[in-house]
Write a protein that binds this ligand. Structure first.
Ligand code: 13P
Length: 293
């Protein structure tokens, strides 16, 4: 079912020590890959659409498809407006019926991030208090694009989330979830020295400071070694965002199919879906959210 109350599902994951993966999608085809595997492994479904993905898909179209998949499968379905960077984008997603919103003010100066995040939280709560709201503090490495970089792209320490600011931020904004910077980048860097290394101690310090008042979110989930994902979940990460690895799998298989002169859309798209399903299954199993329905 398309959830009315989305906070509860994150709380349950937090209490039980597993994470839910947000899979970024921009079409119904990609949603299909997420749903097929979630059904198979009995995991809750969490779709994400960035501003660009939402613009392409259509906010209302994404909501209606998410509702349909929820109805058909009986699985809990969440649709998150990922990295909404302005009040207008938040409003557009809420009006379309999104049941989860991420306001990203991380590029703003600290007090301005608090002010704009609080404005988004107040507005969302005045419309529907059941919507789960994410804020972001600290800077994730990269340009923001979920793509493969051949040059070295890293997140340096000056960008990491400060644990003391984190508690101040959540108390003053009232967000339910916090996206933190602990060494990841958006995208994958294939250059020597571009490997992603999570700062586990930083995750633990932030978790300790927040004392269960807020759910911790790891952005930039692509390219993070499996063992590190598992360790991050152990240390308290409850939501992990994955995009680039899905895009690489989907587009790579479609390219191959097109190179083999396939012209039937439901055939070359299906090749993309099947390849994307492998990534989805792998990530769900790492997060531990399988078997939770
Ligand atoms: P990746 O593209 O690195 O998986 O990051 C996705 C993300 O954080 C979306 O919010």
């Amino acid at each position: 079912m398309y959830l009315k109350e989305t906070k509860e599902i994150f709380k349950k994951a937090s209490d039980s020590g597993y994470a839910i993966i947000q899979f970024n999608i921009s079409s119904a085809d990609q949603m299909k890959a997420v749903v097929e595997i979630s059904k198979k492994v009995k995991a809750p479904v969490l779709f994400g659409t960035s501003d660009g993905e939402r613009k392409f898909f259509g906010a209302r179209q994404a909501v209606e498809m998410a509702k349909l998949y929820g109805e058909e499968t009986g699985l809990p379905v969440i649709l998150n407006a990922d990295h909404a960077k302005s009040f207008e984008k938040v409003k557009e997603a809420v009006e379309a019926g999104y049941n989860s919103i991420h306001f990203d003010g991380s590029e703003l100066e600290y007090e301005e991030n608090i002010r704009q995040t609080k404005e988004a939280v107040d507005y969302i709560k005045s419309i529907d208090a059941n919507i789960s709201i994410e804020g972001e503090l600290g800077r994730i490495g990269g340009t923001g694009a979920s793509k493969v970089f051949t040059e070295k792209v890293v997140a340096d320490e000056s960008m990491y989330t400060d644990p003391l600011q984190a508690i101040d931020f959540i108390e003053r904004t009232g967000v339910d979830r916090l996206g933190i910077s602990v060494g990841t980048i958006h995208g994958i860097s294939t250059a020597v020295g571009g490997e992603e290394n999570l700062k586990m101690e930083r995750i633990s310090e932030i978790k300790e400071k927040l004392k269960g008042k807020c759910v911790l979110v790891l952005h930039g989930g692509s390219g993070v070694p499996s063992e590190q994902i598992k360790e991050a979940v152990k240390r308290g990460i409850v939501k992990i965002n994955v995009n680039t690895e899905l895009r690489v799998a989907f587009s790579g298989a479609i390219k191959k199919s097109l190179n083999e002169c396939e012209t039937t859309p439901y055939k070359f798209l299906d090749a993309g879906i099947k390849e994307m399903e492998k990534v989805v299954e792998d990530k769900i199993l790492l997060s531990g959210s399988n078997g939770k329905i």
